[in-house]
Design a protein around this ligand. Structure first.
Ligand code: CMC
Length: 428
């Protein structure tokens, strides 16, 4: 057992207990800090050193490149489990038995329809609307069609809310894409697997039988698994923060979608393809863009590189790089941007700027190449990330509510004007 942490402020000594996680991570419990010091707080912009909660869902070790959901290695889950098994695992803590998975899927299928009036909301968006804005709005709108508040003390109520969201979310994802592409909406089929049904709702044509190569579904399944959770990142923290005010599940997830949208977070997958396309159009000169990324006067960053937590490699990127090769071969696609991506990666891994700062390709560097090969429009990439992340957001929201965590309400260090006398407008 480690000793308490000692702090000296203005000659006074304070002690704070240490908390050790199951993976031996040590945290200083500063819960009593303001009280015992009469008002001293901690300042940690970007929460780089702050654990916002205790959680039993996802473990990642950025130095070692380890990612585990509920103790299971991401490599094993991506290789051996289905997305729906991972959804169950993340939310309920254990891998499902055959019967549990069947019941779970059957319950989800019973909820896999949305109110027809959702179409009116969809129709109200201009064609130029970004799919992430549309998805976030539609998810929030689900609250209006399911207005009963979830009693979080009732396991059954909680389960029903979760099932509703898992049933309806793929419909919203698919309809967001089809509306953008001016295609008729598809209601899916309860005879299909969860991911295959999503794929059907996205890609079926009214005048064609729906057929898909199982390897395409496998690739999509894998991508969704790799995105399913990533502990306290920006969007997940947002979901927990919004949910901590006891706002409902749909509202909390809608907020998470908005947080994911940004190019420094989930929006990076679209930004990567935009960047690779721009490099291609500009003649494919990767050295020029490497120089721009290193130039502190230039705002350009190598999108898909770097991570707040991974400082060795992102284990998801390793799996995705291999999957990108497989999918391109399967689809018979030759994609010049994949060559540019590989070239950039090679240069960056040998460049001291990137090596010294421990900047490695992250999950978004190769995912867009796969999405594109699967026929998913670039603007939908971050929506696909959201589709994968939904179980993680739900699991984190459920954990936060079940642990009865207090409302999230950080402090600040005020650096504005001190008290000033008010001046009448004519005297200013
Ligand atoms: N290209 C060039 N320089 C970079 C990059 C990059 N992609 N990322 C970080 N740096 C530099 C940065 O300029 C800084 O340099 P210096 O120490 O000289 O000031 C140093 O590396 C540390 O960067 P930071 O911004 O302080 O690191 P952070 O932990 O705050 O940011 C990040 C992490 C992911 C936001 C950042 O690496 C980034 O902007 N990457 C590009 C966007 C991206 O790919 N995002 C997807 C993240 S993975 C998917 C997800 O979970 O959302």
């Amino acid at each position: 057992m480690a000793e308490d942490a000692k702090l000296k402020i203005d000659g006074a000594d304070y002690e704070f207990p240490l908390i050790t996680g199951t993976e031996k991570e040590i945290a200083i419990d500063i819960g009593s800090l303001r009280g015992v010091t009469k008002g001293v707080t901690t300042l940690d912009p970007g929460f780089k050193n702050t654990a916002s909660c205790e959680s039993a869902i996802t473990f990642l070790d950025g130095e070692e490149g380890i990612l585990r959901y509920r103790g299971y290695a991401i490599e094993d889950l991506a290789d051996k489990a289905s997305f729906l098994e991972v959804v169950y695992l993340l939310i309920f803590g254990e891998l499902p038995t055959v019967d549990e998975l069947d019941k779970f899927h059957s319950d989800i299928k019973d909820e896999s329809h949305v109110d027809e009036d959702v179409k009116k909301i969809l129709g109200g968006f201009p064609k130029s609307a970004h799919p992430m804005g549309v998805l976030s709005s539609l998810t929030s709108a689900l609250t209006a069609f399911n207005p009963t508040a979830v009693n979080v003390d009732s396991e059954e109520d909680m389960y029903n809310a979760i099932i509703k969201l898992l049933g309806k979310f793929p419909v919203l994802v698919a309809w967001t894409m089809r509306t953008k592409m001016s295609q008729p909406l598809d209601y899916g089929s309860n005879n299909l697997g969860y991911v295959e049904n999503l794929h059907k709702m996205m890609f079926s044509r009214p005048n064609k039988d729906y057929n898909v190569d199982p390897q395409v579904i496998e690739a999509l399944d894998k991508l969704l698994i790799l995105h399913a959770d990533h502990e306290q990142n920006c969007s997940t923290s947002t979901v927990r923060m919004v949910g901590s005010s006891q706002a409902g599940l749909f509202a909390s997830i809608s907020a998470g979608i908005s947080a994911l949208w940004g190019p420094l977070h989930g929006g990076a997958n679209q930004a990567v393809i935009d960047m690779l396309e721009a490099i291609k159009t500009d003649g494919g000169d990767t050295k020029k863009y490497m120089a721009k990324a290193k130039d502190k006067e230039d705002p350009f960053r190598l999108m898909g590189f770097g991570h707040r937590v991974y400082k060795n490699f992102d284990p998801r990127a390793k799996i995705i790089k291999k999957a990108a090769d497989d999918v391109l071969e399967l689809m018979g696609v030759e994609d010049e941007v994949l060559d540019i991506a590989k070239g950039l990666e090679k240069e960056a891994l040998e460049d001291s700027y990137f090596v010294d700062r421990k900047l490695y390709p992250n999950v978004d560097f190769y995912s867009g190449i796969i999405y594109r090969a699967l026929g998913i429009p670039v603007e939908m990439f971050t929506v696909m990330f959201a589709m994968g992340r939904v179980p993680g957001w739900i699991a984190q929201w459920r954990e936060m509510r079940q642990r009865k965590e207090p409302i999230g309400r950080p402090r600040q260090v005020y650096i504005g004007e001190t008290h000033r006398e008010f001046k009448e407008i004519k005297e200013r």
